[in-house]
Design a protein around this ligand. Structure first.
Ligand code: FE2
Length: 292
């Protein structure tokens, strides 16, 4: 626990209370708890007002009469596919801090003369802006996507056939992605940085502390377009620095694509390591989850 807390502080999160880790603009977005094996303990989502909460409670009841729902200031239930605890509460929308857009030189458009690139002058530690998304396993991707889109109101951004899908509850291409697995393990959490230099600076700093934490990067995903660099935290979860992820304002005029071709993991980057697809401890994690 202590090692993992320290690791996320070095990653650029601010610890407000033991295990409660905040991004620069999103407040506390990651809560670490001591547990016998790594995984997701709870998923927290925010809505604008109590009416939203009441509408969601009604939608959950309409979808499944027998679903156990606790509806106070927080709406608590377990998702019907994987039995993961969800907590939905009224929360402010996060407001990204405005940052200067660095001047970039292209052969055809020189924006910066007589001074070095802004990125090489940055000395302050990287602070990710927000928790942009997480990816988790599900026993049944089709049913999980149906539940999140038809009942909870997520939008489907892109699909991976029957294997999984990328969904959003904001304009970010994916806030949650699900992929087929024997259990709802945590594949990774991703933190959005201001630009690709922050992705590189953050990862370089983490690799200076522990070269073995490298998983995959630097690259650019095809689905969602974001730059990525994945690292392994001391508990075995993957944490991603990302930037420049696609934004989708509405489903009108946007057509989810089915990327079920196996070539879609990255647009460019190093070859995908086996450890990204099958984390070294995954069998152990599945066995522990099966035991409960
Ligand atoms: Fe990601």
């Amino acid at each position: 626990m202590d090692e993992t807390r320290e690791w996320y502080r070095a990653f650029g999160l601010t610890e407000h209370a033991p295990g409660a880790l905040a991004t620069r603009d999103g407040g506390v977005q990651l809560r670490l708890e001591d547990a016998p094996y790594r995984g997701i303990r709870r998923i927290g989502l925010g809505v604008d007002d109590p009416d939203d909460l009441a509408r969601l409670a009604a939608a959950l009841k309409a979808a499944d009469e027998g679903m156990e729902i606790e509806h106070g200031e927080t709406l608590r239930f377990r998702d019907p596919v994987d039995r993961l605890p969800y907590e939905i509460s009224v929360a402010p929308r996060y407001d990204a801090a405005s940052v200067d857009v660095p001047a970039v030189n292209r052969p055809s458009a020189v924006e910066r003369r007589d001074v070095p690139a802004d990125a090489v002058l940055r000395g302050s530690p990287v602070q990710p802006s927000n928790l942009t998304h997480f990816v988790r396993g599900t026993r049944d991707p089709v049913e999980s996507i149906r539940f999140h889109t038809e009942v909870l109101g997520f939008e489907l951004s892109d699909a991976l056939g029957d294997f999984g899908g990328f969904m959003r509850c904001s304009d970010v291409h994916h806030n949650m992605a699900v992929q087929k697995a024997p259990a709802a393990f945590l594949h990774h959490i991703s933190f959005e940085c201001d630009d690709v230099d922050e992705v590189g600076r953050g990862a370089a700093h983490m690799l200076e502390l522990d070269g073995d934490s490298h998983v995959w990067g630097l690259g650019r995903h095809a689905i969602g377009s974001n730059y990525f660099w994945y690292l392994r935290d001391p508990s075995g979860n993957f944490a991603e620095y990302s930037s420049d992820i696609d934004r989708i304002s509405s489903q009108d005029g946007y057509h989810p694509k089915d990327w079920n071709d196996g070539e879609s993991l990255s647009s460019w980057g190093p070859p995908v390591p086996i450890s990204f697809l099958a984390p070294p401890d995954i069998e152990e994690v599945f066995a522990a989850m099966a035991e409960g």
